[in-house]
Design a protein around this ligand. Structure first.
Ligand SMILES: Cc1cc2nc3c(=O)[nH]c(=O)nc-3n(C[C@H](O)[C@H](O)[C@H](O)COP(=O)(O)OP(=O)(O)OC[C@H]3O[C@@H](n4cnc5c(N)ncnc54)[C@H](O)[C@@H]3O)c2cc1C
Length: 461
């Protein structure tokens, strides 16, 4: 195996370096499988696995709506990479660009930022590219200033705190315009991220309102804006229609074939002419491949995903692999030309197949094709409410919600996380729901600054 050098590694080392860019679904599962499969090589020092990722944890994104609702605490939605990947070297940083012809990634870390030394170069022998995706935004005036996404644990918890804070503002203001804007929540995008986030937060706010003397569920306006003529395409047409009925039955204003035109000055203007003054605009209108892919010399398709073969190797390149949201992998179980959808179901399975193929290629064994037929999806619509279409079976209400929990409990990585999440759900069934906003956690110095005569605490948004 070819030698790999980089700053900090011994020159002339004969250790093959596998560089994994991204510590999400694909990054975690690929590295985990590699550290198991390549145990002898790791023990002999013939191989090293380096994972570069901006956060020291993997986020189990399907649990974000439940974290926003307060059913799972934020710590249990994430998986600590250093503990799980104890045979790998974890570097907290971001790949800025990759020159695969030179087998080199340019990386910034927390230390390079502090030292002001600029990016470092990390060489490798095998590259696994898995930076996932980012929110796909449109040039909607005011969106960048007032919108928030729903892809990270910070966003989910920030939104939870924000919604409860808006209820507190509405409860204490005498200005009807402020109250109205505080109690109006607009979500754009009807995929599972948007629908689950809205449904869970509405359910939580509805519950919380019983502890307010002057805020009722009827005072709140929850609006879902979707550009196409259906929501939740992941569960199929019939279950999508059921979801619309269920949400409307809860007084949620679901507007299909409608777009957000602007949200300047905190007024959401829709293309059907309606205007909603609001302090909450959540943008979940799809994802696009991570922009770092454009800073590589690897081939991309028209949507910006890395072109891959069914073996999860980058098309036309050697020693480069990709999977998950960042990769265009042919779906060989479907008609020709179709690629695997960007979802966790594929990401997890691709990661395992990818790790097997890397191990096989290092050992000179034949590689396998990745093949997985989409089995459907489950979605939670609040406590005890859900919708599912899995293996041809359609479920609604409590059974779907229960299935959602069972499925995700079986999927969340590590026994440790499964046990903690189960314990939380069990306790939540015995006690009342948490309804406090800990938004002040986002400004931990505010109290001290005030005491020390510094700036006054930041006004809430
Ligand atoms: C709210 C929500 C709910 C969802 N629910 C479901 C569901 O129920 N079922 C389902 O199948 N799918 C679901 N998904 C989709 C699923 O989570 C994604 O398809 C999956 O996470 C993709 O895995 P990935 O490894 O490609 O990307 P990610 O898991 O996003 O991981 C990408 C990683 O790369 C890191 N990274 C980014 N840039 C760099 C860089 N420059 N250098 C190094 N690292 C970088 C990121 O920080 C991240 O750790 C949901 C998504 C969301 C947002």
């Amino acid at each position: 195996m070819k030698a790999a050098n980089s700053r900090g590694s011994a020159p002339g080392s004969s250790r093959a370096r596998i560089l994994v860019v991204g510590g999400g679904y694909v990054g975690l599962y690929t590295a985990l499988r590699l550290q198991r499969k390549l145990k002898p090589e790791l023990r002999q020092g013939a191989v090293e696995i380096v994972v570069i990722t901006p956060d020291p944890y993997m986020t189990y994104q399907p649990f974000l709506p439940e974290a926003a609702a307060g059913s799972i605490s934020p710590r249990h939605v994430v998986v600590p990479l250093r503990r799980v990947l104890d045979q790998c070297k974890i570097v907290i940083g971001e790949a800025q660009s990759i020159d695969h012809s030179k087998r080199t990634a340019t990386v910034t870390t927390l230390a390079t930022d502090e030292e002001g030394t600029g990016a470092i170069e990390v060489t490798y022998d095998e590259l696994v590219l898995a930076p996932g995706s980012i929110s796909r935004t449109l040039p909607v005036p005011g969106l960048a200033d007032h919108g928030i996404g729903f892809k990270t644990v910070e966003e989910a918890i920030g939104l939870r705190n924000h919604v409860i804070e808006q209820m507190d503002i509405a409860s204490s203001t005498r200005d009807p315009a402020i109250r109205d804007a505080a109690l109006t929540f607009v979500f754009v995008g009807g995929g599972y991220a948007g629908v689950e986030a809205l449904a869970e937060l509405e359910d939580m706010a509805r519950y919380a309102s019983r502890y307010y003397h002057n805020v009722t569920p009827e005072d709140m306006k929850w609006i879902l804006v979707e550009a196409s003529d259906r929501i939740l395409p992941e569960v199929g047409e019939e279950m999508g229609r059921y979801t619309v009925r269920e949400l409307r039955g809860r007084n949620i204003d679901v507007r299909m074939e409608t777009r957000l035109d602007s949200c300047q000055d905190r007024v959401a203007v829709l293309d059907d002419g309606s205007r909603f003054p609001t302090r909450t605009l959540v943008w979940t209108a799809g994802v696009k491949p991570h922009p770092v892919l454009a800073a590589t010399d690897l081939p991309r398709n028209e949507r910006g995903r890395i072109k891959c073969t069914a073996k999860l190797a980058v098309d036309g390149a050697t020693h480069a692999w990709a999977a998950g949201d960042a990769a265009a992998v042919p779906d060989i179980t479907a008609e020709a030309g179709k690629e695997c959808a960007p979802n966790a179901q594929h990401a997890v399975r691709q990661a395992k197949a990818l790790a097997d193929n890397i191990a096989a290629s290092l050992r000179g064994s034949p590689l396998e094709d990745y093949a997985h037929q989409y089995v459907g999806s489950v979605a939670s619509l609040g406590l005890h409410k859900g919708v599912a279409h899995v293996y041809g079976r359609k479920l609604k209400g409590y059974p779907a919600w229960f299935m959602h929990r069972v499925y995700h409990l079986s999927r969340v990585p590590t026994f440790n996380r499964k046990a903690r999440v189960l314990a939380e759900w069990t306790l939540a069934g015995l006690f009342k729901r948490e309804i406090v906003s800990l938004g002040s956690l986002e400004h931990p110095r505010a109290e001290f600054e005030l005491a020390a005569g510094g700036r006054p605490p930041k006004e809430s948004s």
